[in-house]
Design a protein around this ligand. Structure first.
Ligand code: DGP
Length: 112
């Protein structure tokens, strides 16, 4: 756990969140500022900040996270489709420096 990381604290249960799923390496909870009817954050418990820090091991972890999203899409209300977003760095608007996948859906999403 990295000091002062809000997502590490959520993963550890030190900060409350609306969790929809948890296992030994993953936590999924509702985004506090939803950008769609359903907006989840899928977060690896092991802290790393950026997509650009991807290693082979982390890439496999990310693959498992995406697999879990696919497996749970129906129970999360995403059976009609969903969009995954990972913001990388300042220009992309990344505000929390702990890797997370935005999972958006529950309605027709605009695409510009
Ligand atoms: P990003 O811009 O990609 O770093 O997205 C960070 C997201 O995290 C943003 O949509 C708001 C969300 N967020 C920030 N702090 C909290 C929190 O304390 N709880 C929850 N549930 N979400 C948070």
């Amino acid at each position: 756990m990295t000091d002062n990381c809000i997502f590490c604290k959520i993963a550890a249960g030190e900060i409350p969140s609306q969790k929809v799923y948890e296992d030994e390496e993953t936590v999924v909870f509702r985004d506090i500022e939803p950008k769609a009817k359903i907006h989840l954050l899928c977060v690896p418990k092991d802290h790393f900040a950026y997509l650009s820090e991807l290693t082979e091991v982390r890439a496999r972890l990310l693959g498992r996270l995406m697999q879990k999203i696919a497996e749970h899409k129906d129970e999360w209300g995403l059976s009609q489709g969903y969009r995954l977003v990972i913001n990388q760095g300042e220009n992309a608007g990344q505000t929390v420096n702990h890797l997370h996948i935005h999972v958006l859906g529950g309605e027709t999403l605009e695409w510009e």
